[in-house]
Design a protein around this ligand. Structure first.
Ligand SMILES: [Zn+2]
Length: 129
């Protein structure tokens, strides 16, 4: 991406023209209806996961959404895929699918815990230097 264009705030701001709602950087021709659907689905997903979960909507060749946990470490995308990692990251250190949002979260946490246990095993009984 051109560095000069990416620093222009209007380059990333969606423009509402007729039925279109799309930013210049995207250029897909995203629609206002798609944006509204993503917002609605994001809210529905966040509500389904419990108190404090926040809906999140973004544009990148279409309107996408996720729900973010109250602690910010878990992000669930439609499909479903859950990411676990730093609150400030856009993705996560671990990511797993699930048939439901909750099963995606359970699968991701299970893989992270299994990996942590494995790492613990590597560190057990090491010689001191
Ligand atoms: Zn777009």
């Amino acid at each position: 991406m051109d560095a000069i264009l990416s620093k222009n705030p209007s380059f990333h701001k969606p423009q509402h023209r007729g039925k279109k709602y799309c930013a210049p950087f995207c250029g897909r021709g995203c629609t206002w209806d798609e944006f509204q659907t993503a917002k609605r689905d994001a809210k529905k997903l966040a509500t389904s996961l419990g108190k404090g979960w926040k809906p999140n909507v973004w544009e990148n060749l279409g309107w996408h959404y996720s729900a973010i946990s109250p602690c910010g470490r878990i992000k669930v995308h439609k499909g479903f895929i859950a990411f676990l990692g730093d609150p400030d990251s856009s993705g996560g250190r671990w990511a797993e699918h699930g048939k439901t949002a909750k099963s995606a979260i359970r699968n991701t946490i299970a893989v992270a815990k299994a990996e942590l246990k494995k790492i613990g095993g590597y560190l057990t009984g090491l010689p001191n230097f």
